[in-house]
Design a protein around this ligand. Structure first.
Ligand code: C5P
Length: 397
């Protein structure tokens, strides 16, 4: 998920740095937008350092003529923590006189505010009314903790623990996510088909696409199961990962998980063939040259096709088509032959394997959408949107 943190001029502004870390530790992308005055409490460089430079203060600090629109479009959630009485009041009135408040107006994503201030400021009827107004408009207001405040007063106004804020925000995002209550099964990575105890046949696959899909599905609120061949990356910690090696093992794992799944996305680079007889011992160079130079291959099961054939009317099955020639034509054929609801076609004649980016076309029976080259994370998000569209035409379970 992409989280934009708004930081305002409050003593607790330093805790926003811990909030950045809490979201990052949970695997989310974070950017920061500070108010001018927040810089009197915590330095711009702190956030720039934590967010690889992605921290802005002013509408006019760089070449981007519309930074508020770009920030708003980027964010899946805007979290203003700490939020001063002043910024809450501006938000309630729709004032947009700096980058943060302009971004608030441009945001269509969920907005969270964590008010933190002196207790009398917090309890002031004007502040309370503003927070109520925000709440009525759908802004999530995170109640402050009670305790010993910086001014010496004791009462409500303390910024809650950053880990608790992060947990609350992520919990909300997941529970309200468009795929909440849905189960998504993903195949990912390569399969390896043994020749002997040390040699194998396999395909190029880093698992990055599968990992991006797992994260996007979990961000959208789904319960995610990943059936993965050997990869060196880690999947999102919210996903249940089943490690397999061969295509047959991948099929067995998928068959078990598919009955409960609402959506299956086959992103694995499954080996089409496997050596008919894998030797348990290492074949010796010299002695076994004849065996090694002529390995008889047999067809592997097609996992995507079996899921397509087994799918109920309420289930969605999505496949990938990595092609070097006639990409769209071959992908359309695959859509029919493997009884899928969607094929994600990509041209692998260019630099794709192990890359963080790709250019794909989403093909369904009703048309196709070519996406510009973008990160695999963004492709995964677009894929979730397309799956939600497909779901609208599916009967309930
Ligand atoms: O037929 P082709 O291998 O090009 O199809 C690619 C799609 O089929 C991918 O979604 C891949 O995960 C899936 N597939 C599979 N089992 C195979 C071969 C491919 O699930 N044995």
């Amino acid at each position: 998920m992409r989280i934009l943190i708004g930081v305002t001029a409050c003593i607790a502004a330093y805790k926003a740095a811990e909030l950045v870390r809490a979201f990052q530790k949970a695997g989310h992308g974070v950017r920061v937008c500070m108010t001018e005055n927040a810089q009197s409490f915590v330095g711009l460089s702190t956030f720039r350092g934590l967010c690889q430079g992605h921290t802005k203060v002013s509408m006019f600090e760089d070449d981007d003529p519309i930074p508020h629109i770009h920030q708003a479009e980027w964010a899946d959630a805007l979290v203003i923590a700490p939020c001063t009485a002043d910024v809450a009041a501006k938000m309630a009135c729709g004032i947009a006189d700096d980058l943060l408040t302009s971004t608030v107006l441009a945001c269509t994503c969920p907005i969270f505010v964590a008010p933190a201030m002196n207790l009398h400021m917090y309890e002031n009827p004007a502040t309370q009314e503003n927070l109520r107004t925000l709440q009525e408009r759908g802004v999530h207001v995170i109640s402050p903790d009670s305790g010993y405040l910086a001014c010496g007063d004791v009462g409500p106004g303390k910024l809650p623990d950053p880990d608790d804020i992060a947990e609350l925000v992520l919990g909300h995002m997941t529970a309200e996510g468009p795929l909440s209550g849905k189960r998504v099964l993903i195949t990912s990575g390569p399969t390896v088909e043994p020749i002997d105890a040390v040699r194998y046949v396999s395909n190029h696959s880093s698992g990055k696409m599968g990992a991006a899909i797992a994260k996007a599905a979990a961000d959208a609120g789904a319960s995610v199961t990943v059936v993965s061949g050997p990869v060196s990356l880690r999947y999102d910690e919210r996903a249940q990962v089943m490690d397999v090696r061969t295509a047959q093992e991948m099929l067995d794992a998928c068959k078990g998980a598919f009955a409960d799944a609402d959506v299956a996305i086959c992103a694995a680079a499954v080996a089409d063939m496997r050596p008919e007889n894998a030797s348990e011992k290492k074949l010796k160079k010299g002695r076994d040259d004849e065996l090694l130079s002529c390995i008889r291959m047999v067809k592997n099961p097609d996992i995507l096709a079996s899921l397509g054939a087994a799918k109920r009317p309420d289930q969605i099955v999505v496949g990938f088509a990595a092609e070097t020639d006639d990409v769209l034509e071959n992908a359309r054929k695959k859509l029919q032959e493997k009884a899928c609801d969607m094929i994600v076609a990509n041209d692998v004649s260019k630099d794709v394997f192990g890359s963080d980016e790709d250019a794909v076309t989403l093909i369904t029976s009703s048309g196709c959408e070519t996406l510009p080259r973008m990160s695999k994370a963004d492709i995964a998000k677009q894929l979730m949107k397309a799956i939600l569209d497909l779901q609208k035409n599916k009967p309930g379970r």
